[in-house]
Each structure stands twice: as structure tokens, then as C-alpha cells.
Design a protein around this ligand. Structure first.
Ligand code: AMP
Length: 282
């Protein structure tokens, strides 16, 4: 497994892959890897001749007062896991190389970043789409793998790729959960034992929503109210509980068609997100 810190080294490696007509599967991450990330790596390994993983805690996607400084970093352990998964190359650039002094260009995907997480994190998705564009231009992947866990991110990246004719197929894979249902996240490391127990309110609220819809309830407000009760019982602060159209991310009154049910909750000092996607609800 090759590890590249510098952009020219990574570019040269990809040039060689291209010369060999190797397909390239790419998994962008911020490190502190867990089974969620590894599920993407395994799929990439199955589907491509070359698997490239990036580890970059992207300052541009953190807002003021967010957890950029304390975001968990453990490169040694990450590299061990990626070696075990048979990854070919890891890209671990510096922020100064990705964002040199005279860096101006930003990639902004119109309206979709204005909803859900974008309300409390106004510049977050612009930071994501800008860095993903840069990473795509360096790695030039045939396929890139993202998690459903970050549903809005996946929807925005798919839109960006369509709008800008990026020649990369975006593959979105299911959320990997702990045995008790908590969605895996690098930020789960921040939770104390009691916060970890309370954090189950996210998946419990989503399960409740799924049950209500399976029972025939289509009233989004009623479902949101029940979900909010479950979260508030755990003394967690709600950022949002939303039932939205899966394409436009706009709120819907009646649960029909393709629907994203998403929650963002602050437990202690940790902001956690989770969601379920339901298709073709009649
Ligand atoms: P991150 O390192 O948090 O930026 O995540 C890198 C990629 O892993 C993103 O595409 C995430 O959506 C994905 N990911 C993170 N957690 C999970 C999970 N629990 N299940 C599936 N994918 C995940």
C-alpha cells in the first residue's frame, strides 16, 4: 500500500493507473475509520482494479466553534485498517497544499445546501463540494463511494456530479450501525457512557417513524411530533427532525413517494445525525 502526502505523487500514481487502464474506486474520508468507512472500502475493492482512500480533515467544512481542532485523528490505526482491506493507495494531504494562500474557487450546489444540516452549518456543504471536486480532479476515480449516513451530502454530491458532468459514478451505501442501532460515526468517540446510551434516541425516533408509516400514517407533522418526544425524553437538544422529499429536500406534509426522514441532535456537546430513506410510499 502506497501512502502519498503530496499532490504530485498522488497524481503520478493515478497517471500510471490510467496508462494501465485500471479502474479506480475512491473513498474520501476524514479518518478515525470505523466499520462504516470500511464498508465503502470493501465495495470499492470488489468493483475496481485500484482502490484509493483519502484521509483529510477538511477545515473548509467546519464552521467557527465546531470541532475541527478536536476531531479524532489516528493515522497509524487508520493505515493499519486500510492495509488489511487491501487498499492500493492512501492520500493524506496537508491543508496548506489543498488550500494554498491564493485559493479562491468554491463549488456551490445551489439550493440543496440550504436545508437540513445546512441551516445550522451554512458553509459546510460548500466546503464538502469544493474539497470533493479537488479530490476528484486529483484521483480521477471511475467510482466514488459515499455513505447514506450523510444523506444530504450524498444527494448534493450526486447533483454536483450531474450538473458539472463529472465522469465519476457516485455509489451510495447503507448506513452501518452498532448492534444496538446507533449509526457508526467518528464523533461517537466524544460520547460519555451515559451520552452513548441517550444517543439511541436518534435511531429509536427513526424506527418509530418507520412503524407509523408502515401502520398507514401519512401525516408528517404527527410523525415528527412523536419523533421529537422520543428525543426530548432523553434530554437531547433537537437541531432538526424533518420529513422531506428525497430529491428536493423540501418539507412535505404528506408522506408519499421517495422520502428522507432525517434527524440532527445535540447530546452533551456532540452533534449527531441519522436518517432513513423510504422509497415509493403510496
Ligand atoms: P467521514 O470520514 O465522516 O467524512 O465519512 C467518510 C465517508 O464515510 C462518508 O461518505 C460517510 O457518509 C461515510 N460513513 C460515515 N459513517 C458511516 C456509516 N455509519 N455507515 C456508512 N457510511 C458511513
Amino acid at each position: 500500500m502506497e501512502v502519498f502526502k503530496d499532490i504530485p505523487g498522488m497524481v503520478e500514481y493515478i497517471d500510471d493507473c490510467r496508462k494501465n487502464n485500471d479502474t479506480i474506486g475512491f473513498v474520501p474520508t476524514m479518518g478515525a475509520l470505523h466499520e462504516g468507512h470500511l464498508s465503502l472500502v470493501r465495495k470499492a475493492r470488489e468493483e475496481n482494479a485500484q482502490v484509493v482512500v483519502s484521509i483529510f480533515v477538511n477545515p473548509a467544512q467546519f464552521g467557527p466553534g465546531e470541532d475541527f481542532e478536536k476531531y479524532p485523528r489516528d493515522l497509524k490505526s487508520d493505515l493499519g485498517m486500510l492495509l488489511d482491506e487491501g487498499v492500493d493507495a492512501v492520500f493524506t494531504p496537508n491543508a496548506e497544499d489543498i488550500y494554498p494562500k491564493e485559493f479562491f474557487t468554491l463549488v456551490d450546489v445551489g439550493r440543496l445546501p440550504n436545508y437540513l444540516c445546512g441551516i445550522s452549518r451554512p458553509s459546510h456543504f460548500r466546503g464538502v463540494t469544493t474539497v470533493v471536486t479537488k479530490l476528484f480532479n486529483i484521483v480521477r476515480p471511475d467510482r466514488a463511494y459515499f455513505g447514506q449516513k450523510d444523506a444530504q451530502q450524498a444527494i448534493i454530491i450526486k447533483k454536483m456530479v450531474r450538473d458539472l458532468n463529472v465522469q465519476t459514478e457516485i455509489c451510495v451505501l447503507p448506513t452501518v450501525r452498532e448492534e444496538d442501532g446507533l449509526a457508526m460515526s467518528s464523533r461517537n468517540k466524544y460520547l460519555s457512557k451515559s451520552e452513548r446510551a441517550r444517543a439511541l434516541c436518534l435511531s429509536h425516533a427513526l424506527i418509530k417513524a418507520g412503524e407509523m408509516i408502515a401502520d398507514g400514517n401519512r401525516d408528517a407533522m404527527e410523525i415528527i411530533e412523536q419523533m421529537a418526544n422520543i428525543i426530548e425524553e432523553q434530554k437531547a437538544e433537537i437541531d432538526y427532525v424533518a420529513i422531506v422529499d428525497a430529491d428536493t429536500l423540501e418539507d412535505i406534509g404528506q408522506v408519499r413517494g421517495n422520502v428522507l426522514i432525517a434527524v440532527a441532535v445535540i447530546i452533551g456537546h456532540t452533534r449527531l445525525i441519522d436518517n432513513i430513506m423510504l422509497y415509493d410510499i403510496k
